[in-house]
Ligand binder design. Sequence first.
Ligand SMILES: NC(=O)c1ccc[n+]([C@@H]2O[C@H](COP(=O)([O-])OP(=O)(O)OC[C@H]3O[C@@H](n4cnc5c(N)ncnc54)[C@H](OP(=O)(O)O)[C@@H]3O)[C@@H](O)[C@H]2O)c1
Length: 327
Amino acid sequence: MGGTTNPQSGGERDSAGGAYSVAILGAGRVASAFASALATTPDDNAGPAKRRLRWIGCWARREVQALSACGRALRFEELATADIVLLAVSDVAIATLAKRLSSLDLKGVKVVAHVSGAHDCSVLAALEGRGPALARMHPLASVPAVAGSAEFLVDAPCVLSGDPAAKVPLTALANSLGMRPTWVGSLDSSLYHAAAALASNGVTALVDVAARMFAAASDDRLGLDVARSLASSACQGLARATPEAALTGPVRRGEFAVVRRHLDALRGSSFEPLYVAVMTAALEVAIRGGLENAAAARIRTLLAGEVRDDDSDNDSDSVGDSDGAAR
Ligand SMILES: NC(=O)c1ccc[n+]([C@@H]2O[C@H](COP(=O)([O-])OP(=O)(O)OC[C@H]3O[C@@H](n4cnc5c(N)ncnc54)[C@H](OP(=O)(O)O)[C@@H]3O)[C@@H](O)[C@H]2O)c1
């Protein structure tokens, strides 16, 4: 396929010469991040990899929205002029828009991919046998609705799955945008997406809860700022070490008395079940990291609510130090 030009969109199909043309459906968070990354011209210090892409534009159900998201609004039929068509729309809209795409002449399109973690390629079933390879291109990044969101794609893992013919074009696209592509072929989508939700939304929610606990503990002198900083330093530790090596704190040190005081402070509050669930998971990491069995067993009993209030024998820290400071 090479050298055809759509005069309406200005999009060239010249992948034979080494460039893939790309069009996007949607104008939300992810569509805008992709669009602004793709809209950067080679002259904008994009480097040679970016020259392998030719951006066509966005289609959105409201043209004005597409224009503000990506500066180049497409008519629906123009999507068929791209080598790669990305569906960056709400998960519930993917199947409907795939059906609408199937009404176009798609014989020139190499790949139609959605960017959802929650769905496999069966959500594109309406396009089966229509020509394009069908795939998922899921950026493992939490992309907010902010200016400059293209930066959130840089260095993010990008999980690719679907028809093998999609592998080369989508790998080139991901590499060109500075992402780290991994072709996985197939996935247990629900389990995979639950993991993605925990690692991104879970961290956000945990920071929010910790911020409210800081505020409650300090008459509002502390809050989101310190919670965010602490979470950020934990993530920096994780960037350099395994969870076993990165984990700090009283559970890792086996400090029964400190964990007990935490639980006493939280008893009956909405924070208690979350603390117990997260610290139970932390305990498993601590055990793998070398926490002694006896200390682990005492803390497990405590977290399971199996220690009596008058159980003073257990109320000392025979293992590890007991200064109680977050370390
Ligand atoms: N945000 C992230 O961090 C992230 C990360 C990885 C993957 N994803 C995936 O990226 C995709 C988009 O998510 P997002 O966060 O970018 O969502 P978003 O900001 O809410 O944007 C959703 C877009 O889909 C459009 N849309 C919804 N229903 C439609 C329909 N029936 N027909 C046409 N357009 C429709 C919306 O248009 P209107 O504004 O007109 O409703 C909007 O442009 C989803 O598959 C999501 O799972 C998101």
